[in-house]
Design a protein around this ligand. Structure first.
Ligand code: SAH
Length: 184
């Protein structure tokens, strides 16, 4: 259910993105596309296998029902955040790294304390999926996938934003963290 809701939000913004798409600058579009595909592979495929086949049963570990229900609650919060972040970014959102002709820098709402709240939200989904599925193999694919995404994309994204917004972005970097408020 959480996954369906996330996809509904994303499809809505993908449609909007398709309609109002005026790129000014794009970074490594092919690599970016591969990253998006990789995220789909590490999230969707093990998820579907876990739901519909016994193949991942070797990775199950014991978790009390209460913890799994809490995992579901985390997922619902993550979904709500996902919607809020998309709404805040509006037309600045893009599935791959790019700057648009009418790009504005968002520094408030979910962007007030961290520069990449959408990526932080993905950590929340990961926690949620791991608690719900209680499967270490799924946990491992998600962890590796997110680590690769963050390591490759965040430095380039910050470079792109600094080139476009200069002083405004460096000042924003000084007063914010990357993913976790006050920590990192
Ligand atoms: N990294 C952000 C945004 C992901 S969407 C997050 O985790 O929330 C990716 C696009 O958002 C990039 O192409 C970039 O141009 C744009 N972007 C990133 N930070 C932004 C900001 N503070 N204001 C406006 N656009 C931003």
């Amino acid at each position: 259910m959480v996954v369906v809701a996330m996809n509904v939000i994303r499809i809505h913004y993908m449609k909007r993105y398709g309609k109002r798409h005026h790129k000014e600058k794009e970074i490594a579009p092919v690599r970016e596309k591969r990253l998006t595909q990789m995220m789909f592979v590490v999230m969707a495929i093990p998820g579907v296998l876990w739901l519909f086949t016994p193949w991942l049963s070797f990775g199950q570990f014991a978790l009390p029902d209460g913890v799994r229900i809490a995992g579901f609650a985390v997922g619902v919060c993550g979904m709500w955040w996902f919607y809020r972040i998309h709404r805040t970014l509006g037309d600045n959102w893009s599935p791959v790294l790019e700057i648009r002709t009418e790009h504005t820098l968002i520094v408030s709402g979910p962007y007030k304390r961290v520069r990449h709240p959408m990526y932080s939200d993905m950590i929340l989904w990961m926690v949620s999926f791991v608690l719900i599925t209680a499967n270490w193999f799924y946990a491992a694919t998600l962890c590796i996938g997110l680590a690769i995404l963050f390591a490759v994309r965040i430095p380039d994204e910050e470079k792109l934003m600094t080139e476009r917004f200069g002083e405004q972005y460096t000042a924003y970097m000084k007063r914010t963290k990357r993913l976790i408020p006050y920590v990192y």
